[in-house]
Design a protein around this ligand. Structure first.
Ligand SMILES: Nc1nc2c(ncn2[C@@H]2O[C@H](COP(=O)(O)OP(=O)(O)O)[C@@H](O)[C@H]2O)c(=O)[nH]1
Ligand SMILES: [Mg+2]
Length: 452
């Protein structure tokens, strides 16, 4: 789609709708000329580059709006080309009106992500940095903000360059062998290459953690499960600090899945309250139980509540086996007020547990701490590749490297080995975008919003 970079584009960069002010951005060779045509500074002087100036947008003799405008000529801009910005009143009508004036002056409406696309094409940022911009725009917590900032600063790009340098060394060794086979000992070269390919494949796979990226950006999904009346809904309400789920003493009250998010320690935790797990003939509850099982299967963390005011029977044992919880919560501590019974402890075995009460708050802080520690464990992994697209490319590269090793084992000609090595390098290059296919690049930028 986006190939022409010679023209001048414009778009609203602030969210569409009504607001205090709205910002319109312009980029391309005509940016400065267009602003000079439509903007009249209040001082009557020509607008000076890089100075925010007060004035009006005037078109065909009519004052359209009172605005601030800035000219940004040169390569030191977001897109690395001439840019300008207008801050007008935040009425969608006014924004559209000014945009149409800009169109009349020769600009065209920008496609989604086209400003960032230009920054990429003009070599100011690579693909991982462009993606970081999008992560920042979507960031809703400290962890995703921090990680996206590092990525935008080029942390991912730098690590990838190191990997590329090592792959290039490997390839140079192979090339030397292919060009001067008499000067190197074949067995040694083959053995060496074989080992290095496998080491490199291992390293690439070790550096992959899609989970880390997902936790940073989306947070952790926590499923609360257990028998009806175990106290799941009460605990959810406690953790989110408001009465979201309906609590009654009637077993089977919660039927649909209820999701609520809380931020703790800069991480979003999405808690899922589920229908109590039990056999039932009620068709509505049945669907609820099915959905509960689905939510439990897909959760990052499964917490099973066991009611301490009930004698644990075999159904509890079965539930532990079925749900494989990461943590057991022994609920209603305010009623029992004692250590868990021997029967319960036996069933729990090695699974960590916390005694908890949604009424007296016992164990609530300990539970929050357990959840935060758990998230920290997942986030502490150092991983160059944490975004889905990067992880997929790294894994493809690793499998090409394993194919290299396989070819060497089968004593295939080294020229053939080289083909797979090249493919691995190409995959890594896709991540930063230096040799990414048009379709890959298009896919990245099509996820952007208009005006960025
Ligand atoms: N004493 C006591 N009762 C609780 C506690 N948590 C829940 N309950 C009661 O247990 C019953 C079932 O609670 P609810 O949260 O709806 O359980 P759910 O079916 O697992 O969602 C209700 O009558 C609650 O008031 C608690 O910590 N202590
Ligand atoms: Mg409930």
């Amino acid at each position: 789609m986006m190939k022409l970079n010679q023209d001048t584009i414009a778009a609203q960069s602030t969210v569409s709708g009504e607001g205090g002010i709205a910002i319109i951005r312009i980029s391309g060779p005509e940016s400065i000329g267009i602003i000079r045509k439509v903007f009249r500074s209040a001082s009557g002087r020509e607008p000076e580059p890089r100075h925010l100036q007060y004035g009006h947008v005037v078109w065909q003799g009519e004052v359209i709006d009172e605005v601030m405008a800035v000219l940004l000529p040169g390569r030191h801009t977001y897109t690395a080309e001439d840019m300008a910005e207008i801050q007008c009143h935040g009425s969608q009508f006014i924004v559209n009106r000014i945009l149409s004036v800009l169109m009349e002056c020769g600009a065209r409406l920008a496609e989604p992500g086209e400003f960032s696309y230009r920054a990429f094409v003009n070599g100011r940022i690579d693909l991982t940095q462009a993606e970081a911009v999008m992560r920042l725009i979507h960031s809703s917590g400290e962890r995703s903000r921090r990680s996206a900032m590092r990525q935008m600063d080029g942390a991912v790009s730098r690590e990838i360059r190191k990997i590329q340098a090592d792959l290039a060394d490997l390839s140079a060794g192979l090339a030397a062998y292919i060009d001067f086979p008499d000067e190197v000992d074949e067995a040694e070269t083959a053995d060496n290459l074989h080992r290095k390919c496998l080491e490199m494949a291992d390293r690439l796979e070790r550096e992959c953690s899609e989970k880390k990226g997902r936790i940073e950006d989306e947070g952790i999904y926590v499923a609360l499960c257990g028998k009806p009346n175990a106290g799941k809904s009460s605990l959810l309400n406690k953790l989110v600090g408001q009465e979201r789920a309906i609590v009654t003493e009637i077993p089977g009250t919660t039927r649909d899945i209820l999701r609520e998010s809380v931020m703790m320690n800069g991480i979003r935790f999405t808690l899922t309250d589920t229908a109590g797990l039990r056999e039932t003939d009620n068709p509505v509850e049945k669907i609820g139980v099915e959905r509960a099982r689905e939510a439990i299967d897909t959760a990052d963390v499964r917490m099973l509540l066991i009611d301490s005011s009930e004698m644990p029977d075999d159904s509890v044992r079965k539930m532990i086996e079925e749900t494989r919880p990461d943590l057991i919560l022994i609920s209603k501590e305010d009623i029992s007020r004692e250590e868990p019974s021997r029967e319960i402890l036996q069933m729990i075995g090695q699974i960590p547990f916390i005694q908890i009460s949604a009424y007296s708050d016992t164990g609530v802080e300990a539970l929050k701490k357990w959840l935060c520690d758990r998230a920290d464990m997942d986030l502490s992994k150092e991983a160059v590749f944490s975004q889905t697209r990067h992880v997929e490319a790294a894994k493809r590269a690793a499998s090409h490297l394993r194919a290299c090793a396989g070819s060497i084992e089968n004593e295939m000609p080294l020229d053939l080995v080289n083909i797979d090595l090249m493919a691995a390098m190409e995959e890594i290059g896709q991540v930063t975008g230096e040799n990414a296919a048009e379709t890959v690049i298009d896919r990245v930028f099509s996820q952007f919003c208009v005006g960025k």
